[in-house]
Design a protein around this ligand. Structure first.
Ligand code: MRU
Length: 344
């Protein structure tokens, strides 16, 4: 099990391990309202597709606790839900988790306020628990794809920090390491906000997994030198045809991996699959502030006047994906037909 606890539910507050401060400072931001959770998601205090879904569910649980009368409950929750859904557009887990909580309304609205509030908190806790269990299953299934010794490249952070715990891409790596496989990880820095060097590198150091940090533009040459055996990444949204939205830079890695005959693995829970979106072309990709590119830790690193384009995610077409690892099964030929076998 991972020792990292990115999300802690106390029953009356939500503690989020502040991912904007890692690795220098380990501190929790404590949220007491849905509004505070919305801000934490926008500011990347909590980030990673499954983690923001889990946080959003608890945000609704906190909002429910603030309501004074039964009549106000669902009107208030739908307002908070709308704000949560506007916080970040790409990761579908956020939409999935908010829908799962708001759809409780039809089954519980006849109950007393206190019982509804409790049922909503239980619903959020269930999403949290399921996410950890699913990650472990993903880890087990994914680890079986790896030989006893492997050099793996990963991008961004798809680890314990990006989920309720354990991780998806890093879950596979963690499980392989725990199974005694000799795993070495190349960690992409992941510009502009450095989820690789700040978060993935921190996680791997915490758990004693052998790792080397590289710049984002290093991967191609390492592949050419045969230093990378697998690429493993997470996903923010997978369209019904298998196209994957993930951190900007993922597409370049997939194309490079294909050129060098390196298996490209995507590890993600079923809650990341959006069967309502037919192709990656229709996934909304978040564009974040220019400042994230023009400054590092508040220090200006580019002329103030220069324009910057900060597209946060890209789309990797399904044809580049060698394996999609989910908690249910591993898919080796990723397309609309194979993905439909993952529907309930
Ligand atoms: O902008 P972020 O840090 O939220 O982006 C996260 C990623 O792109 C992850 O790779 C993805 O959410 C998978 S997390 C298990």
């Amino acid at each position: 099990m991972s020792i990292i606890k990115p999300i802690i539910w106390t029953g009356s507050s939500l503690k989020l391990l502040d991912q904007t401060c890692l690795p220098a400072t380990e501190r929790y931001v404590e949220c007491y309202s849905g509004k505070e959770v919305v801000a934490a998601i926008k500011n990347l205090v909590v980030r990673g597709a499954p983690a923001i879904g889990v946080a959003a569910a608890f945000g609704l649980a906190l909002s429910a606790q603030k309501v004074a009368t039964k009549d106000e409950l669902w009107k208030h929750l739908h307002t908070v839900a709308r704000d949560l859904l506007r916080s970040r557009p790409t990761a579908v887990n956020l939409f999935w988790a908010v829908k799962r909580i708001t759809s409780l309304e039809k089954n519980i609205s006849h109950l007393d306020l206190a019982d509804q509030v409790e049922a909503i908190a239980k619903g959020a806790e269930k999403i949290y628990q399921e996410d950890i269990e699913n990650n472990k299953k993903i880890g087990e299934k994914g680890a079986k794809l790896l030989p006893d010794k492997a050099n793996i490249l990963t991008h961004c952070n798809a680890g314990a920090l990006a989920t309720a715990g354990f991780g998806t891409a890093l879950g596979v790596i963690r499980a392989a390491h725990q199974a005694g496989k000799k795993i070495h990880v190349f960690v992409d820095e992941t510009r502009p906000v450095l989820q690789g060097s700040r978060l993935t590198a921190w996680e791997l150091c915490q758990e004693g997994i052998d790792a080397t940090l590289i710049t984002d533009n290093c991967a191609g040459f390492l592949m050419k030198q045969k230093k990378i055996d697998f690429v493993i990444v997470g996903a923010d949204r997978i369209a019904a045809n298998g196209d994957v939205a993930n951190k900007i830079g993922t597409y370049s890695l997939a194309v490079l991996a294909k050129e060098h005959n390196i298996p490209f693995i995507v590890a993600a829970p079923l809650s990341t699959i959006d069967f309502e979106t037919n192709s990656g072309d229709n996934i909304v990709l978040e564009e974040r502030s220019e400042e994230e590119i023009k400054k590092i830790s508040g220090i200006q690193i580019a002329p103030e006047k220069i324009k910057a384009y900060n597209i946060s995610f890209d789309i990797t077409p399904a044809k580049y994906i060698t394996f999609l690892v989910t908690e249910k099964k591993v898919i080796s030929c990723v397309n609309e037909i194979s993905l439909s076998s993952l529907k309930n």
